[in-house]
Design a protein around this ligand. Structure first.
Ligand code: UDP
Length: 355
């Protein structure tokens, strides 16, 4: 029996873990020890995903959150090192690009424990993003790199990663979408939010480059307010965004904000929206899974295939025209394609980890 220590801490990681944990258990040959760093800790940013997606209760919860990047990552390193020494896993499994990803990779590498990285090779080529730094370091320290797309694989090869260590397995968020969208459809979410299928916009904002820059944040708030003149806009408000808006003296009046949603409500709202406007990586992909046009409120995207296929377009919050971009996207369609695999990426990962 192999022991895999999975280290997660943030919302998108819980969604990625769900199909993979299930696939690891199904091998019958892997014991997974789940470590939650505590990076996201509110019930609606953490617990709801464990409940809805049937993820086992974490074996260890480090309760680390808040503070700057240094304080948070440092506290994680401090707690993870003795824990991994005690658990003695055969391998550490990390996901995506958060401080929990970075801390997991660094702690394991220093203890000479092999590291596998899910969503390896993703690049924005913008090192001002904390996520980009986390990804680059995580990939450098990993010996198994699970890439989602052709582009991610090409990025790793260009950086000189040994091809024998790269496994293009598809995207585990697509697995999650296929596994949970039927249940999401049964939620009556639209009724609860008082909107009709195909007649509202869904928006999410949480990336530091938008929330921590008052001018960009103001542009986004004003643009979404303008869109709300034409059709209802629903916006589940990330705690960071709520905090930054308050500091910047910004408020929504016509946009319908809610607390962060559970995954099933989120999928129900995504899949029936007229358009999605977001700076989230996961939400961009999910828009494509449900064939809903998406406007990415950023200067660049890691998920370039979505733009190439025509399902997504970039609109920079540092300039104008955001509201028009969102409204113009309604009714548009892209080409067909399957850049994220066939929905069996979690079982491929489990099979490789079990070897
Ligand atoms: N999500 C959710 N509720 C929300 C907002 C997002 O369940 O209120 C889900 C979304 O469906 C996707 C994931 O969270 O699966 C994306 O996470 P997030 O936007 O926090 O991070 P990113 O993908 O940008 O790393």
């Amino acid at each position: 029996m192999k022991t895999i220590a999975t280290i997660v801490g943030a919302r998108p990681q819980f969604i990625k873990v769900a199909p993979v944990s299930r696939a690891l258990a199904a091998t019958g040959a892997i014991r997974e020890v789940l470590i939650h760093t505590g990076q996201h800790f509110d019930a609606d940013m953490s617990d709801v995903f464990f409940e809805e997606l049937g993820i086992a209760k974490p074996d260890h919860h480090l309760a680390i959150h808040g503070g700057g990047h240094g304080a948070m990552t440092g506290a994680m390193l401090q707690k993870l090192e003795p824990l991994l020494e005690e658990v003695k896993p055969d391998r550490v499994l990390i996901y995506g690009d958060t401080n929990s990803t970075l801390a997991g990779a660094l702690t394991a590498a220093k203890l000479h424990i092999p590291v596998a990285h899910v969503e390896a090779g993703l690049r924005s080529f913008n090192r001002a993003m904390p996520e980009e730094i986390n990804r680059i370091v995580a990939d450098q320290l990993s010996d198994l790199l699970f890439s989602s797309t052709d582009t991610a694989t090409a990025n790793l090869k260009r950086e000189g990663v040994d091809e024998a260590r790269i496994f293009q397995v598809g995207d585990v968020m697509y697995d999650a979408a296929l596994q949970f969208s039927e249940r999401a459809r049964q939620q009556n979410s639209l009724q609860r939010f008082g909107v009709e299928p195909g007649n509202y916009a869904l928006a999410t904002i949480h990336r530091a480059e938008n929330t921590d820059d008052p001018a960009r944040l103001r542009n986004i708030v004003e643009a979404l307010e303008e869109v709300a003149q034409t059709l209802p806009v629903i916006l589940p408000l990330h705690p960071r965004t709520a905090g930054r808006m308050k500091t910047a003296g910004l408020a929504f009046s016509n946009v319908r904000t809610t607390t962060p949603l559970g995954y099933l409500d989120m999928v129900a709202l995504e899949s029936q929206a007229a358009v999605i406007a977001t700076d989230s990586g996961g939400v961009q992909k999910e828009a494509f899974f449900y064939k809903v046009p998406c406007v990415t409120l950023r200067d660049e995207t890691e998920w370039v295939e979505l733009v190439e296929l025509g399902w997504n377009r970039l609109a920079s919050p540092s300039g104008g025209g955001l509201a028009q971009a969102v409204l113009q996207a309604i009714g548009s369609k892209g080409s067909s394609g399957q850049p994220y695999g066939d929905g069996r990426s979690a079982s491929t990962i489990a099979e490789i980890l079990g070897r």
